[in-house]
Design a protein around this ligand. Structure first.
Ligand code: GAL
Length: 340
């Protein structure tokens, strides 16, 4: 599998960050006073593949930190099951249990203010991740942080996978040779900051890159494999032989579309995803997915954990994170594709 370089200096910097962030999980030299810390983590949905990958990395970070520092880390991970009410209750519980810091993947990113109220009253810092609260909320307190991956960057990289492939071999995308690549679009939750931006910039990149495209149809599958599979099944019936490309806001929806293609025994349709989840990368490796855009999960979770642990230990947030405006961290991303 080839991981394409897209800016040497950028990657050198990214590499340096990984080393520094991993040192957040491992050997920090400062003398610590606390011998145990408690971190409350609430996930918007425990069954989301990408979020689960991040969760796994967070658990690794906690173990490594414990081993490297002799500080007991209690990582209390809870699933909000898609309910903001459940998540609000989890936040209350974290506070009553004496959590030093909370890492929250908000269910409803526009409804973070109630959680922020509780955190501010109890003076418990919060690291939000993946679902970005609105700026108005983020600006309410200097102990609110956000870790994510820039949606526009994901989309431009996703689009460029298709552009480069088209330039190398137009016929590999324009299967029926009519001079146009006909595509369908699978979108994430409409309320998620990533969906709209990813869709817009992915398609814009195709246009800017000179790929002649025509949209057949599109639909919201809320990041979910099964919903995407159902939509794709329907589209295959509705537009027989017409679909040449499936642009997906994430890997799980691409996998759902692949499930439908396999059921229908349809061949020759190209798909692109975003996330680089474990099953997404496997699909690239096996040639089912043309390519994906991967954020480094180790680095993503490493940044969440580093901010959380620095806050929990009562230390300054390490400089090397270079937080934008003192509160935002955007994880770098890269293209992953198999050699054609
Ligand atoms: C996106 C990711 C999706 C899903 C979503 C959940 O950034 O690409 O796969 O995990 O976040 O908020």
């Amino acid at each position: 599998m080839e991981k394409r370089k897209f800016g040497r200096a950028r990657w050198l910097l990214a590499g340096l960050c990984v080393v520094l962030l991993l040192s957040g999980c491992k050997g920090m030299e400062k003398a610590e006073e606390k011998k145990s810390i408690r971190i409350g983590v609430s996930l918007y949905r425990g069954d989301d593949t990408f979020i689960n990958n991040i969760r796994g990395e967070l658990e690794k970070c906690a173990k490594e930190y414990e081993q490297g520092h002799g500080v007991k880390v209690t990582l209390d991970i809870q699933d909000a099951k898609g309910s903001q009410n459940i998540q609000n209750n989890q936040v209350e519980r974290f506070i009553s249990l004496g959590c030093d810091v909370m890492c929250i993947n908000p269910v409803d990113r526009t409804a973070a203010s109630a959680m922020i109220d509780k955190a501010m009253t109890a003076e418990v810092p919060v690291v939000f991740f993946n679902r970005k609260p609105v700026e108005e909320d983020m600006d309410r307190w200097d102990q609110l942080f956000y870790v994510g991956a820039e949606a526009r960057e994901s989309a431009v990289l996703q689009g460029s996978i298709v552009v480069d492939r088209y330039r190398e071999d137009p016929a590999s995308l324009d299967k029926n040779g009519d001079g146009v690549v006909s595509y369908v679009l699978l979108e994430g939750e409409s309320s998620h900051q990533d969906s709209l931006i990813r869709t817009e910039w992915s398609i814009q990149t195709l246009k800017d890159g000179g790929v002649p495209i025509e949209k057949i149809t599109g639909g919201i599958a809320n990041w979910e494999r099964s919903q995407a599979s159902a939509l794709m099944e329907q589209w295959l019936e509705q537009y027989p032989g017409r679909i040449e490309l499936v642009v997906c806001n994430n890997d799980d929806m691409a996998l759902g579309a692949i499930d439908a293609l396999e059921r229908a025994e349809a061949e020759g349709i190209n798909l692109v995803g975003i996330d680089g989840t474990t099953p997404g990368l496997e699909a690239v490796e096996s040639g089912k997915l043309m390519g994906t855009v991967s954020s480094d999960k180790e680095q993503y979770a490493g940044a969440i954990f580093a901010i959380a642990v620095d806050k929990a230990m009562g230390q300054e947030i390490r400089q090397e994170l270079a937080l934008e405006n003192g509160k935002y961290y955007q994880c770098p991303q890269q293209i992953v594709e198999k050699n054609p």
